[in-house]
Design a protein around this ligand. Structure first.
Ligand code: NCD
Ligand code: ZN
Length: 350
């Protein structure tokens, strides 16, 4: 039951442990939507071409810092896109020099802009060994890409076919299984005592696959990994509100213009940065777990990454439904904001 008495909540400033900021006009338009509420974010490297080397990441970070809205205090934590040609020395240098926080593994072809990802996992073994040695975490898009595997099963199969073997060969590597969407992933993380954590998105706590497909196709709910059955959504909510330190927020806010979403082959991605904190407060409130919101948004992530939590705070106040735009405008065209399908009552005050 929601806590009827609690209408005012101050928590440490949240961080977003999985975010797509893009580049150019899109970066300029979406960055303020994140800096308004978040202190730091893990920035996804799936640009075209991808952010592969330390030098690429340093250049991209400069472009993000140049696009910062006035007065914002926000730290982009950069990632390197793992390819079969990635040089372990370059990765180590990026980590040592504070240019990159993590490396991102996309199985080739798994999602938007992932063509340069990994096909043969043995080819990246030297990079993974080096990362384990220097304590650099690996962010993983956990879906197999075999066309013979049903899209709703790709995460569960990835755990068995790819993640377990990687963890067996490299138990010291710290891994974040990103944007988990299944009870299988939640159970696997819960059953793994060390060096494994998971991020959960805002939208996967709210929608199941019916929201995408029942009563008409809703492209704005299509993202990867695709939302699963209701029982999986419930497992994700239970993990998020549990306070278990291995689960934390990674919004996977992934802006695409409406023109790119609403075409014959629409691309994957949900843009949730503008209203994510209000959405999460609603989910935690309805679950009667507002007391665990701060752990999920602001404490568990930094702890896993070995960083201190933010020292400043945000204040949430409950009241009449919050208004937020249905779209944001960018020079590339409008981008639709995630619609949770219910009213949001928690407003971020500062
Ligand atoms: C992401 C994107 O658009 O870059 N899309 C998505 O559906 N989540 C890629 C990703 O993280 O899979
Ligand atoms: Zn993503």
């Amino acid at each position: 039951m929601p806590d009827k008495h609690l209408t005012d909540l101050t928590i440490r400033r949240p961080d977003d442990w999985h975010l797509h900021l893009r580049d150019g006009a899109m970066l300029q338009a979406v960055l303020p939507e994140t800096t308004r509420h978040f202190g730091r974010a893990i920035i996804m490297p799936n640009l075209v071409p991808p952010v592969v080397t330390a030098s690429d990441a340093s250049g991209y970070r400069d472009r993000i810092l140049a696009a910062m809205p006035p007065g914002a205090s926000f730290t982009p934590l950069m990632t390197l896109y793992l390819t079969e040609d990635t040089d372990p020395d370059d990765v180590e240098r990026a980590h040592r020099d504070g240019i990159a926080t993590a490396v991102k593994l996309y199985p080739a072809g798994a999602t938007t802009n992932s063509a340069s990802g990994v096909r043969d996992f043995d080819k990246v073994r030297p990079v993974l060994d080096r990362m384990a040695a220097i304590g650099m975490p690996l962010c993983v898009h956990g879906e197999v890409t075999d066309p013979a595997v049903d899209i709703f099963d790709r995460e569960a199969v990835f755990i068995d076919k790819v993640l377990k073997p990687i963890r067996k060969k490299n138990p010291d590597l710290r891994i974040i299984m990103e944007h988990v969407t299944t009870e299988d992933a939640v159970d696997y993380v819960r059953d793994t005592p060390k060096n494994l954590a998971a991020t959960i998105t805002t939208h996967h706590l709210i929608i199941n696959r019916n929201h995408i497909l029942a009563g008409g196709i809703r492209p704005h709910y299509y993202c990867l990994p695709v939302a699963k059955r209701e029982k999986h959504r419930i497992a994700l909510v239970q993990a998020a509100v549990s306070g278990d330190t291995r689960f934390f927020l990674g919004t996977d806010s992934a802006p695409h213009t409406d023109a790119r979403k609403l075409q014959e082959c629409g691309c994957a991605g949900v843009f949730s940065a503008p209203n994510t904190i209000s959405c999460l407060a609603e989910v935690f409130d309805v679950a009667g777990k507002l007391g665990k919101l701060e752990a999920f948004t602001s404490l568990n992530g930094p702890a896993f990454y070995g960083l201190p939590p933010n020292t400043n705070t945000i204040r949430l106040v409950k009241g009449d439904p919050v208004s937020y735009p249905s779209h944001i405008q960018t020079k590339d065209g409008p981008v639709t904001v995630f619609d949770p399908g219910f009213a949001l009552h928690w407003r971020v005050e500062s």
